[in-house]
Design a protein. Sequence first.
Length: 156
Amino acid sequence: MAEEWLVDGYNLLHARPSEKAAKSKKGREELLAELADFTAVQGRPMRVVLDGKGDPAELDIHRTTLLHVVYSQTVSADACIERLLYELKAQIHFTVVTNDRAIAQLARGSGAAVMGCGDFLDRLKESKKDRSDTLHRDKLRSHGFNRPFEDKLKDK
């Protein structure tokens, strides 16, 4: 069975430390960019459900093969998440990211795993640090520093 993240978008956005950024378009775009990077590294698909009708241009900017941003349109994001859990229950094992108790209980009832927004943000931060460390190591290797500095000292 396929595994996929199902994220309560505004719930996660408001759980971020910068409350001011949570209310802005820029804050939403930054979060979606981080989620796109995260899914690319993890190789696991993610659906981010946001309330409202949304801007189709915004959806296309952040859409990748692994990240799908879904606006709930005329229903609430909670109702949209509930529908996805019900319709895809037999096909996909979801890990639902939310702090909403009702959604968490519903998700557990449908057999999905649940992760709180704080825990997920920690995982996101850890993934970002790992990516940064990997890029730094690759940069050093590209400049000819293939061994750690300590090993170079031992050779002399």
